[in-house]
Design a protein around this ligand. Structure first.
Ligand SMILES: Nc1nc2c(ncn2[C@@H]2O[C@H](COP(=O)(O)OP(=O)(O)OP(=O)(O)O)[C@@H](O)[C@H]2O)c(=O)[nH]1
Ligand SMILES: [Mg+2]
Ligand SMILES: [Zn+2]
Length: 338
């Protein structure tokens, strides 16, 4: 049987089979990604092959079996039942991924974390205030999506809270990223502003919602999928930051096709497995202008005749983008890419 992973609750993966049944699944054996250890071998959005476990030996199944015994005398067919009520199965194979979004599990970690797999759109939910998402975070996310050729949309939320300076910054950010070719939405999950345009964009697509904690991913989800009823929580009063309210990734169906994958907020976006020379490939404008550098292997940091640095001086490349590029080259400490 094949199906799609729609929820990851720690060590269990809920899989919806192609004929619509739900199973709580465990992973059989070890799956490795390009020989690198991942904190989650299977991610929401993965297409998997599963094998139902009919005679379970899990504690839940035993409880179920002993409960059923008196009544079920003679004819004992006890499906293994996970406490959630779902029958259980083993994931025996991960089918080839069309794409995925991956980051380093934590700073200095050699482990990776696959945020989601097989998405049509990577929606990066950001806020320019309460809390402020850094451009380094935005650019690192975009670079990772570029690496696996996942289209990106920048969803800038909480515009209802922006003061005049924030609104000017909003305009500058939208101008910058639209010019680079990324779709941008300025929205408010509070007032509903901009949500119709966002809804149109998401229609029929499987979209990942990722971003810092507290930017309103789950609140947006609840507007777009009214019966999602995902938990949300106020920012911490002391730090004006999110409280990591969503703890598991989950896919929710959109009316009329497509879905949204809501994920736990992340602090830094540690990029994963890039060679130094590769980094510029994922910054569109730097890559394009880099063709005019004197040296083919120019890192755009100190070389004579570097077209990128000339463009930077002429304000043809945004300083913030160049700084993000440098931060990825140097792979600075976690605090710097928040
Ligand atoms: N004023 C205003 N508040 C918002 C908006 N969107 C979300 N919020 C509030 O921001 C807080 C955090 O929202 P959540 O949806 O829990 O944020 P999240 O991104 O899911 O956070 P994590 O699950 O921790 O990653 C809640 O108090 C929301 O009500 C908005 O557009 N405007
Ligand atoms: Mg959330
Ligand atoms: Zn150069």
């Amino acid at each position: 049987m094949t199906g799609t992973v729609i929820r990851n609750t720690g060590s269990w993966y809920d899989v919806r089979t192609d004929d619509g049944q739900l199973f709580a699944c465990k992973v059989k054996g070890n799956f490795r990604l390009r020989g690198i250890r991942s904190t989650n071998p299977v991610a929401v959005g993965d297409r998997v092959a599963i094998k139902p476990t009919d005679t379970g030996d899990s504690p839940a199944a035993k409880v179920q079996a002993s409960n059923d015994k008196p009544a079920a005398k003679g004819k004992i067919t006890v499906p293994e039942v996970f406490p959630s009520g779902l029958p259980t199965a083993l994931i025996t194979e991960i089918l080839d991924r069309r794409n995925y979004i991956i980051r380093r599990a934590s700073n200095l970690s050699k482990q990776s974390h696959i945020i989601a797999a097989n998405v049509d759109l990577a929606g990066l939910v950001v806020t320019l205030a309460h809390p402020e998402t850094s451009t380094t975070f935005i650019d690192r996310f975009i670079a990772s999506a570029e690496a696996y050729r996942v289209p990106v949309a920048l969803i800038i939320n909480k515009v209802d809270l922006y003061d005049e300076a924030d609104l000017r910054y909003l305009e500058a950010i939208m101008f910058l990223y639209r010019q680079l070719g990324y779709t941008c939405f300025a929205v408010s999950a509070e007032t509903g502003e901009g949500l119709d345009a966002l809804r149109d964009e998401l229609h029929g697509k499987t979209t990942l919602f990722s971003g810092n904690s507290g930017v309103g991913k789950s609140t947006l989800l609840n507007h777009l999928v009214p019966d999602a009823r995902a938990k949300t929580a106020e920012l911490s009063a002391a730090h004006d930051q999110g409280q990591h309210t969503t703890t598991f990734s989950e896919m929710y169906d959109l009316d009329g096709g497509g879905g949204i994958i809501d994920t736990p907020g992340i602090r830094g976006f540690g990029t994963f497995d890039f060679d130094r020379e590769e980094v510029s490939h994922f910054f569109r404008e730097i890559f394009a202008i880099g063709h005019d550098c004197r040296f083919g292997n120019c890192t755009h940091t100190h070389e004579p005749g570097c077209a990128v640095r000339i463009a930077l001086d002429n304000h043809e490349i945004a300083e913030s983008r160049y700084q993000s590029y440098l931060s990825m080259l140097e792979d600075k400490d976690e605090g710097k890419y928040r």
